[in-house]
Design a protein around this ligand. Structure first.
Ligand code: NAP
Length: 194
């Protein structure tokens, strides 16, 4: 399978490449980044040196050449890739939030209109693989529900109440710096969000 990673210069994109390097039937043939187009992938992800000989590119959705694509871009960006890639027969796993929620809930939570909504299977392959069936598009949960669901799975049907206390490091916010990921603001610190 030829695999395209849309948003390959980011944290999830880099981790996806690392995981796919050992996959017996997948080869990453397209790694996108708008800012780093033309740059070797290993320059941004030096830990992958010796594993991948590819440069970032910046194709339009219509130009992506692959059998399978991962959308590793921020929410709102994924929705512009989903339909054009599907129309060309490319199967997709979306790591963003764009297809996790019903349209009205998404628009309320993220305060943006969803311009390319459709319903699709949502879940974690380790637990929900059977329910995907022959799906051509799958939406994956984010880091908090993934951590919580996998941790609680062995207790399903046994525990009366499960209390989650979840914490994320700043890499969960992606590689775009901001005040909430800035070292002096966050080092040796913890911020609660209720
Ligand atoms: N970080 C985590 O722990 C984590 C965990 C679970 C899920 N996720 C989800 O995975 C997605 C990616 O997260 P990340 O942390 O990897 O983000 P990131 O580090 O900020 O990387 C984002 C990637 O998308 C590209 N990109 C940004 N805006 C784009 C646009 N409008 N069109 C096309 N490409 C664009 C960026 O490259 P260019 O700007 O150069 O194009 C970069 O390659 C997000 O939806 C996030 O919520 C992240």
């Amino acid at each position: 399978m030829k695999v395209a990673i849309i948003g390959a210069s980011g944290y999830t994109g880099g981790e996806l490449i690392r995981l796919l390097l050992t996959h017996s039937s997948a080869e990453v043939t397209c790694a996108t980044s708008r800012k780093l187009a033309g740059t070797p992938v290993v320059k941004e992800h030096p830990h992958l040196k010796g594993g991948i000989d590819l440069r970032f590119e910046n194709p339009s959705a219509e130009e992506v050449d692959a059998d399978f694509a991962f959308l590793a871009v921020p929410h709102t960006a994924a929705m512009s890739y989903a339909a054009p890639l599907l129309d060309r027969g490319i199967k997709i796993v979306d790591l963003s939030a764009d297809y996790r929620l019903p349209k009205d809930v998404y628009e309320r939570v993220y305060e943006v209109p969803h311009t390319a909504y459709f319903e699709c299977p949502y879940g974690i392959p380790e637990l929900h693989r059977e329910s995907y069936g022959p799906a051509r598009f799958i939406s994956n949960p984010g880091c908090f529900p993934t951590g919580a669901t996998l941790a609680a799975a062995p207790l399903a049907g046994r525990a009366h109440t499960i209390i989650y206390d979840s914490k994320t490091g700043v890499s969960g916010a992606g590689d775009n710096p901001s005040a909430t990921t800035h070292y002096p603001n966050v080092a040796d610190n913890i911020k609660c969000r209720r």
